[in-house]
Design a protein around this ligand. Structure first.
Ligand SMILES: Cc1cc2nc3c(=O)[nH]c(=O)nc-3n(C[C@H](O)[C@H](O)[C@H](O)COP(=O)(O)O)c2cc1C
Length: 184
C-alpha cells in the first residue's frame, strides 16, 4: 500500500485536544516539515510563527467569530504568513506548507486543523489578518494566510470511507458537464 494513501485514509480535522504539550522532538519535526515545503521558483516567501504560549494561543482563538476557538486548547499553533513582494504565488506556497503540516501532524499521531485567516473578519471593523498581525507583531507588509492548530487528540474520528468520496469530480480525458453539481 502507498504510504501517502495510507496516511490520507486516516486524515481528519481534529479540534479537541488534551493539555499535553508537544515534545521538543515533535516541535523540531514540524519545523523541518514546514521548511521542506516546496515553493514556486524556490523563493520561500513564507514565515512560520510557532506559538505555544497559553496567553497568545488564547488571543489567536479570537481571530474570528467562528471556527477558531479550538486554538485555545491546542499545544501549538503554527501561523503561516508571507511577503507578497517576494512571490506572486505566496498563497499557493503557504497552502502547500499548511497541508504538509496537517498531514505531517497526522503521521506523527497528532491532531490538527486548519484555521482560515486570509479573507476573514475578526469583527466588523478589523479583518483577521490585521488582528493576528497585532497579536504576533508581524510586520505590516506581511500577509497572514492561515493557522494550523496542533496537539494530542482528545477526539477520535474515522477517516472518510471510500463510498463517501465525491467520485463524480474525476473526469477522464475531457470535462464531463453532466458531472457538474447543480448550483443552488
Ligand atoms: C482552506 C481551508 C480552510 C479551513 N478553515 C477552517 C476554519 O477556519 N476552521 C475550522 O474549524 N476548520 C477549517 N477547515 C477544515 C475543514 O472544515 C475540514 O477540512 C472539512 O470540514 C472536512 O473535514 P475533514 O478535514 O475532517 O475531512 C478548513 C479547511 C481548509 C482546506
Amino acid at each position: 500500500m502507498l504510504k501517502t494513501l495510507e496516511l490520507l485514509r486516516k486524515r481528519r480535522s481534529i479540534r479537541q485536544f488534551t493539555p499535553e504539550p508537544l515534545t521538543s522532538a515533535q516541535m523540531e519535526c514540524l519545523q523541518e516539515i514546514a521548511l521542506r515545503s516546496p515553493s514556486s521558483r524556490a523563493l520561500t516567501p513564507w514565515h512560520f510563527v510557532f506559538v505555544t504560549d497559553t496567553d497568545t494561543l488564547h488571543a489567536l482563538g479570537q481571530a474570528k467569530a467562528h471556527g477558531c476557538a479550538f486554538l485555545q486548547q491546542c499545544a501549538l499553533a503554527v501561523v503561516l504568513c508571507a511577503d507578497p513582494q517576494r512571490s506572486d504565488v505566496w498563497i499557493e506556497d503557504c497552502s502547500l506548507a499548511a497541508t504538509l503540516l496537517h498531514l505531517g501532524a497526522t503521521d506523527m499521531g497528532l491532531g490538527s486543523c486548519w484555521v482560515q485567516i486570509r479573507e476573514r473578519q475578526h469583527d466588523e471593523k478589523t479583518d483577521s489578518e490585521t488582528y493576528v498581525r497585532s497579536v504576533l507583531k508581524i510586520p505590516a507588509q506581511m500577509r497572514v494566510h492561515a493557522i494550523i492548530g496542533i496537539g494530542n487528540p482528545a477526539e477520535e474520528k474515522h477517516g472518510h470511507t471510500a463510498d463517501t468520496l465525491p467520485a463524480e469530480r474525476i473526469h477522464l480525458d475531457q470535462f464531463d458537464p453532466q458531472r457538474l453539481l447543480p448550483t443552488s
